[in-house]
Ligand binder design. Structure first.
Ligand code: FE2
Ligand code: FE2
Length: 526
């Protein structure tokens, strides 16, 4: 059998100097490196310091069987060959049971030894190759599982604002990178832009500039060991952030039609090194999922924008039926959102308030012109007709298709005239039976009515009531006095806390600048 020339090292343990020397020569002649020791302690000492590919020990002259178990405590997988003489009482079974891989009886020929060493090393290499293959398979399975998990996560996220950080965090993790940036390509504006990039502020770049801009322009992947060596890399980004970009992998993201819609860039492998072909393939397989997720989120974003603009237009149209109520619903919405934020409500409540605020008076669409536009005191019947707009709001909005998260909009919008003490309309709800968002709308609604020019004569018995906006101190008194009876005191308190912002928001637009400045001075002193 042809000997394998290799670098494997055999440890020979034998206290007989002559036998040890012969065995060493034989092992070397078989093509192996060899280290020889003459006792168990020496064997244990050296095996703690370096790895061996085979241990050959004579068990006639020393406690070989114990040596096997001691060696295995340190190198559990090292093959162990026992050398025995005739008539020593050891059987093949007893030696194998003690943990040896094989044994060889003295005297033996070089060919016998060579054959055994060859077979043992072949088995060892096969076992090693199998474990490598298994490790590769496990890693591949893990990668596929990670990819599937990312794909599911990305597909489930349709909120554009959440998608950026989600993609960035997932890609950074799976690519084992230090940083990731995602840029969307705006072909009309000839720029790439990002809303969130890990540890980088929002910015845009002209297409063609920097690594990402170049990838956007050419569609070619850039994979470099050192970004600073690339002539088009913008070092100023690194210098501003005291960061050193080394390995960079930047790739285009194409949609199903093959159009470039984004660019993904990963920087610096954790622990150093370059991004290899496997990394490129991994990022490429992720890019199609990213493309789908980005386009879905963009579509949802556009649908939401389209829905919101339709609602705003409808709301403004209803307000515009009377010159004195133009912009009313828009302002009520803004004031309500300010109150909600001051009360610590979350984005879901803000969405409800936005649509309920814009649509709260949509029921006026069904109010007769003779009532809505009347300039003068209402008769009791006209007043009832006017108040009916709350019920009509509900009837109209019940025909809208709202998403699950906005399902409460009709109920909230139609209860903006309920009073905290149960004396409002249309259902005389009281306290917390009135939805919190409706209690907030009620405060904002009255504030806007009082601070706008209105036909108060319709609602009062006095002929001397002015149509001018009410002075702010008087408005504040009405809100404060109304807390606990007409209004939720928490909503009033929250509004008083952000009233200056409300005035500033419409300074020069709805409120004369001098009025706002004067009122803010009053609020400051209060
Ligand atoms: Fe109303
Ligand atoms: Fe209103």
């Amino acid at each position: 059998m042809e000997l394998m020339k290799n670098q494997e090292t055999v440890l020979v343990v034998d206290d007989d100097h002559q036998a040890s020397s012969m065995m060493t020569d034989l092992v070397i002649s078989c093509g192996f490196q060899c280290v020889a020791v003459n006792c168990k302690d020496a064997a244990m000492n050296i095996i703690e310091k370096r790895r061996f590919d085979i241990v050959i020990a004579d068990i006639e002259t020393m406690d070989g069987l114990h040596l096997i178990s001691d060696v295995r405590k340190i190198q559990s997988d090292v093959p162990f060959v026992v050398v025995t003489g005739y008539g020593n009482g050891f059987t093949y079974e007893s030696i194998v049971t003690a943990g040896a891989n094989d044994f060889i009886k003295k005297p033996f020929t070089p060919a016998e030894l060579n054959s055994k060493l060859y077979r043992i090393l072949k088995e060892r290499r096969m076992a090693f190759d199998n474990s490598q293959l298994l490790a590769k398979q496990v890693a591949a399975n893990k990668k596929i599982a990670n990819l599937l998990e990312i794909a599911l996560d990305l597909t489930a996220e349709v909120e554009f604002a959440n998608l950026f950080p989600l993609i960035i965090s997932r890609v950074t993790k799976i690519m084992n990178a230090e940083r990731t940036s995602l840029y969307l390509i705006d072909w009309e504006r000839n720029e790439i832009w990002t809303t969130v990039a890990e540890k980088i502020e929002h910015f845009s770049l002209p297409i063609g500039e920097g690594i990402s801009g170049l990838v956007a322009k050419t569609g070619e992947t850039v994979n470099s060991a050192d970004a600073w060596e690339l002539p088009y890399f913008k070092r100023e980004f690194d210098l501003q952030q005291n960061f050193r970009s080394k390995a960079v992998l930047c790739m285009p993201i194409n949609n199903r039609s093959g159009e470039r819609i984004a660019v993904i860039q990963v920087i610096n492998k954790q622990g150093g090194g370059v991004f290899n072909v496997d990394d490129e393939n991994l990022l490429k397989s992720l890019s199609s999922q990213m493309a789908i997720a980005i386009e879905n989120a963009q579509l949802v974003d556009e649908l939401e924008l389209s829905f919101e603009s339709s609602i705003r237009t409808l709301s403004a149209t209803v307000d515009a039926r009377h010159r004195l109520t133009a912009g009313h619903s828009e302002r009520v919405t803004e004031y309500s959102l300010m109150i909600a934020r001051n009360m610590g409500l979350g984005p879901e409540e803000e969405e409800l308030i936005k649509y309920a605020g814009l649509l709260h008076d949509i029921g006026k669409i069904g109010t007769k012109d003779s009532v809505l536009l009347k300039s003068g005191r209402f008769t009791p019947e006209e007043r009832m007709e006017m108040e009916r707009h709350a019920v009509k709001t509900k009837e109209i909005l019940d025909n809208f298709h709202f998403s699950k998260t906005l399902a409460q909009v009709p109920f909230i919008a139609s209860h903006h005239h309920e009073h905290f003490d149960g004396r409002g309309y249309p259902d005389k709800l009281r306290g917390e039976d009135i939805p919190l968002c409706a209690r907030i709308l009620a405060v904002a609604d009255v504030f806007d009515a009082l601070t706008s020019a209105r036909d108060y004569l319709k609602y009062t018995d006095t002929e001397t009531m002015s149509c001018d906006p009410m002075p702010l101190p008087k408005v504040i008194n009405i809100l404060k006095n109304g807390a606990d009876n007409q209004f939720d005191p928490a909503a009033v308190a929250a509004f008083l806390g952000c009233m200056a912002d409300a005035l500033l928001k419409y300074r020069g637009e709805h409120f004369p600048p001098s009025y706002v400045d004067e009122m803010i001075e009053i609020l400051r002193k209060a």
